[in-house]
Design a protein around this ligand. Structure first.
Ligand code: HOZ
Length: 431
């Protein structure tokens, strides 16, 4: 496979971009080599600037749930473009998307659109503090909630990929109200509740994607909902990845809980920059202009992004691909486990709906400590072998693979062959 054009763009990109990327996970730092530069994508496939074509399991880290350039979304975006790109004033499209989102989440009467998942979380945390008049936030190690200062502690995603415990440039005061607990360990939360009476909220990815895919046990998630209610502490579900992806009503619909505040992003923008946070009226009424919690944005509710979101969610509801996702993910899990067994590679596979990923460890992965037992050098070899076999994966052991409704039996056959060849290479290069 030839990557000459990507190599050249990488060198050129390094002159004026940091590491030639605009987000560190894209830098291939933990798998070695230089990032691929993308030319275009369609359906289940993505093509790099050297003309190499891959089945895309990155899907822009989640948003492209219908595959790339869905015809209906393209039409809706083109129509919106003809009317203007940004107005700095309200539009009917915002009301339409707000209704679709609030109807999907029973715990949400009102929603505020922002431009990214990071913005959604930082606003949700401010809102929780405004509503409770308390400051502390309980966060779980391995959960990633974007790059606001207070959440860059024991975070997954890029920090885990780069093996960074936290970020430079975050003042100690910015994280002194962040309390860290262990995912799937209710006792670790109770310990904080016993010690502190100024906790505003507990935030979590109800199913994680940023330390790889990890599901909560029923006891953990139901217990968390119960004790937060008992203590008058808000439960914030960061469903930036899982919202509309696991199910139309997010992971909450599957695991049977209702958050006090839900954060969304990715799928709700259909590939355009959108985030959102929403809650019951009594909570959202704290937000300006109704209340005294300030949060704003020039491009928030951007008409093009709203059009993409409305058409993506409308099409998603029509396709209802959630059963298909389970079947496809189960088959991919089967391919991974079968080839790992065949070649004697220790492997654990976690999946939830259309999110799946293998951990190169024999340990069952229930939290960040378990996830970190993965052999990341094996993942790096697997990653490049998959590239050579025409599959684009996130360049990190700790990022979920995403499925789109564009995958067909044809891609499944290719995936089976690619996984088998890549696992063989991992086994051979280790032994
Ligand atoms: N936050 C996304 C999922 N971990 C990845 C996007 C990025 O960091 O580039």
């Amino acid at each position: 496979m030839n990557f000459n054009n990507s190599e050249q763009l990488y060198k050129k990109g390094c002159e004026h971009l940091v590491g030639a990327v605009n987000s560190p996970v894209r830098a291939f730092a933990s798998v070695g080599g230089n990032p691929l530069f993308i030319d275009k994508a369609k359906g289940a496939y993505i093509k790099d600037v050297d003309g190499n074509k891959y089945i895309d399991l990155v899907l822009s880290y989640g948003p492209m749930i219908l595959g790339h350039r869905n015809k209906k979304v393209e039409k809706a975006v083109s129509r919106a473009l003809k009317k203007g790109y940004s107005f700095g004033a309200s539009t009917n499209a915002e009301i339409t998307l707000a209704k679709i989102v609030c109807d999907a989440f029973p715990g949400m009467d009102k929603v505020r659109f922002v431009n990214s998942g990071t913005e959604a979380v930082l606003s949700a945390i401010r809102l929780a503090r405004a509503h409770t008049n308390k400051d502390k936030i309980v966060k779980f190690s391995g959960c990633y909630h974007g790059h606001m200062d207070a959440m860059l502690v024991a975070a997954g995603s890029g920090l885990a990929t780069l093996s960074l415990p936290g970020s430079k440039g975050v003042p100690a005061q910015a994280v002194e109200n962040t309390l860290i607990a262990e995912y799937n360990n209710l006792e670790s939360v109770k310990a904080h509740f016993e010690k502190h009476n100024d906790i505003a909220a507990v935030i979590l990815e109800p199913v994680t994607g940023n330390m790889g895919v990890v599901q909560p046990t029923d006891e953990f998630i139901k217990g968390l909902r119960k004790i937060t209610k008992e203590h008058g502490v808000l439960l914030i579900c960061d469903e930036v990845m899982t919202g509309f992806r696991s199910k139309f009503g997010g992971a909450q619909e599957i695991i049977g809980i209702e958050a006090d505040i839900t954060c969304l992003g990715k799928v709700i923008g259909g590939g355009f920059p959108v985030g959102a946070y929403g809650a019951r009226n009594e909570i959202m009424e704290n937000v300006a202009p109704l209340g005294g919690m300030y949060q704003a944005g020039t491009l928030s509710g951007n008409p093009i992004a709203m059009a993409a979101g409305i058409s993506t969610l409308t099409e998603l509801k029509k396709q209802n691909p959630y059963n298909k996702f389970n079947v496809v993910a189960e088959r991919i899990e089967g391919f991974l486990l079968k080839s790992a067994k065949k070649y004697g590679v220790a492997l654990t596979v976690n999946r939830f709906g259309s999110m799946i990923n293998p951990f190169f460890t024999a340990t069952e992965v229930k939290n960040f400590t378990d996830a970190q037992t993965s052999d990341t050098s094996k993942f790096a070899k697997f990653f490049w072998a998959m590239i050579e076999n025409g599959v684009f994966l996130p360049p990190s052991q700790f990022e979920a693979w995403f499925l789109s409704s564009s995958l067909t039996i044809r891609e499944m056959k290719k995936l089976e062959i690619a996984i088998d060849a890549s696992m063989k290479l991992v086994a051979n290069s280790v032994n």
